[in-house]
Design a protein around this ligand. Sequence first.
Ligand code: PBG
Length: 324
Amino acid sequence: MYRGRRLRILENIRELTRETRVSKKSLIYPMFIEEGSGIVKEIPSMPGQFRYSTDTMIDKLKDVLSWGVTSVMFFGIPKEKDEVGSGAYDPHGIVQEALRIAKKEVPEITYIGDVCMCEYTSHGHCGIACEHTVDNDKTLPLLCKTAVTQVEAGADMVAPSDMMDGRIEAIREALDEAGYYNTPIMSYAAKYASAFYGPFRDAAGSDGFKGDRKSYQMDYHNRRQAVMEAVSDIEEGADIIMVKPALAYLDIIRELKDITDVPVAAYSVSGEYSMIKMGAKAGVIDEKEIIAETAISIFRAGADILITYFAKEIAEMIDRGEIG
Ligand code: PBG
């Protein structure tokens, strides 16, 4: 008889024989920075998450550091949007300014810039709009400019989330040419067109966006296509690949982990966060237990890095020895 229970009877032995270990150093906390001052605005669709301005974000960054979390990703919310999303690549755009200040005030943190145009375009698409879609090749130079200005401003890493083809090669070349050959690129390699981004649209001020992103983000019926995306991004120079969303895509995380050798990140997105928050508010699930179980499932699937709005809760559970 296989007596699997031998390793389950005592808590110490259960902990001793765990197959998945987690560290606070594997977490990235996403933050929304809005142009203006004195802003600490709760995001209605994401209770517990806030928009900050560059002055109020400093205390929040110190908080993040006090949780033991040392990586942060910035999304920007500009005052003005236009057809070409010029706020994304403005050397004094909101993310660039936030990076400059954050790097100076809280230099212990690693800052990752989200490279995309959707928060900055009036039409809400992730690049230069044309007819019903986005013009891939016209968007590439703007993504390059966005990445270079972010790194100039202090970004330690850039994370392109636009899903244009050939962007990793273009951005790698642009960074190298600017002398930033040591700056890593974390590619949103397998990013699916997903309803799980719903609450983010509210958070990032693109709630007016009416269309969909199915002509550039991936179709969730596909797994082998994720392999193609990941392999081509790695060939183009991606240092880290990402799967997004996380929870409904654990098979993709495992697949990419098995067939590649670069670190695999998973982005547990706004919808995953809000479902747990709202479910807990309604009293139908235990918030802490569900956060722990879902986070561990993502690491168990093969993620090396977890981008999560629950960074604080996960860090606290690690500190208390409840997970990991
Ligand atoms: C695009 C971007 C999105 C998210 C991160 N980057 C939204 C989208 O593609 O529609 C979603 C993140 C989340 O839902 O938490 N710049």
